[in-house]
Design a protein around this ligand. Structure first.
Ligand code: ADP
Length: 334
């Protein structure tokens, strides 16, 4: 439930449906993926064929689900949405696959979290549009082959490297989604503001973009929180100043760090002189679990160049000191 989390929360779902770009032209940024995908889809349409399987990798909130819906729309095909964790047994997957219609897009989010037997069934389905459904158990078990209509699998994963190579190799196209630049996020925010009928000034959009961690989902979420603030505390118009004041209330600072991120950095600087300090020690100092510090706070701090993970422990960079307005202790030399 962090306001700066890239993962969707319950609050996001309804609004996100309304804010999703409907075609490649509306989809902001990701120029390379967009261009390559455009070619793949046009070529398939030209041949009157089903598009190749597509793998999309990238952090949560960068637009993988949105792109899969766009793929279906551009192919004039229906889409089915499911996820790796929802497929526990090969039978679950067989049920989904056997109910697909010709050309349908199957979006499989978190595909790296599928069970092993389901994964193996998927290999054959992707390659030969066929599955073997095993009926019965033990020596009497028989495999009944089942033909599938051609379909397009769109798999999404946080990192393509998490996939076993045989699965990765079965995708005709892999798109790596990058974090968005502040300019691109500003375009996302302006577009969403228009759809939500919110009055926003250029410096307001820029202020929100700078705090959105390169992630459209976070940008859209912050926009909604700032809109509430503008409505209650200002005249409804989001200026740079209003956005900054609003995000201060939500404890998101000028670079998009939240309270946890700042607590980790502050402990590192104030208690450990900038490190190196071990992860466990740092976690105890901020009163959090090791995993929370490592998986929730650190990735963004590392990406922002504020913290480095070294073999001797966590170290603050010069940028961390200046971000928190502190001066590093004098190095003792000689
Ligand atoms: P993911 O599947 O990668 O977690 P989503 O596709 O669900 O991300 O996108 C999250 C939200 O961000 C959606 O509401 C969508 O409208 C918005 N969004 C993502 N990418 C873009 C983009 N390139 N342009 C405009 N809006 C975007």
């Amino acid at each position: 439930d962090r306001v700066v989390s890239g993962a969707a929360d319950g609050d996001d779902q309804a609004v996100e449906a309304a804010l999703r770009p409907k075609d490649l032209g509306e989809f902001v940024g990701q120029e390379r993926v967009r261009e390559q995908l455009d070619l793949v889809l046009r070529a398939a349409r030209g041949r009157g064929a089903t598009a190749d399987h597509v793998l999309l990798s990238g952090a949560p909130g960068l637009g993988k689900t949105t792109l899969s819906m766009i793929i279906a729309a551009e192919m004039g095909a229906p889409i089915r949405i499911t996820s790796g964790p929802a497929i526990q047994h090969a039978g679950d997957l067989a049920a989904i696959l056997s109910s697909l219609t010709e050309g349908e897009v199957l979006f499989l989010d978190e595909i790296h979290r599928m069970s092993r037997p389901a994964e193996e069934m998927l290999y054959m389905a992707m390659e030969d549009f066929r599955v073997d459904v095993v009926v019965g158990k033990g020596p009497g078990a028989t495999a009944i082959p089942l033909e599938l209509p051609p379909f397009t699998l769109v798999g999404a994963t946080t990192r393509a490297g998490l996939l076993p190579p045989p699965l990765r190799d079965r995708f005709g196209f892999t798109g790596h989604m990058e974090f968005y630049s502040p300019d691109e996020l500003q375009r996302v925010i302006n577009r969403s503001a228009r759809l939500l009928d919110v009055d926003i000034a250029a410096d307001g959009a820029a202020e929100i973009a700078g705090r959105s961690r390169g992630t459209p989902r976070i940008a859209n979420r912050l926009l909604r929180r700032v809109r509430d603030y503008a409505q209650v505390k200002a005249d409804g118009v989001i200026t740079g100043q209003v956005a900054a004041q609003a995000l201060e209330v939500y404890e998101v600072d000028g670079r998009g760090l939240d309270r946890l991120d700042r607590a980790v950095l502050t402990a590192l600087l104030k208690l450990f002189g900038g490190g190196p300090v071990g992860l466990s020690t740092l976690a105890v100092a901020v009163g959090e679990e090791r995993e929370t510090v490592e998986e929730v706070a650190e990735p963004f701090l590392v990406r922002e160049g504020l913290l480095a993970r070294t073999p001797r422990g966590r170290v603050a960079t010069p940028a961390a000191w200046s971000h928190l307005g502190m001066v590093p202790p004098q190095q003792v030399t000689g």
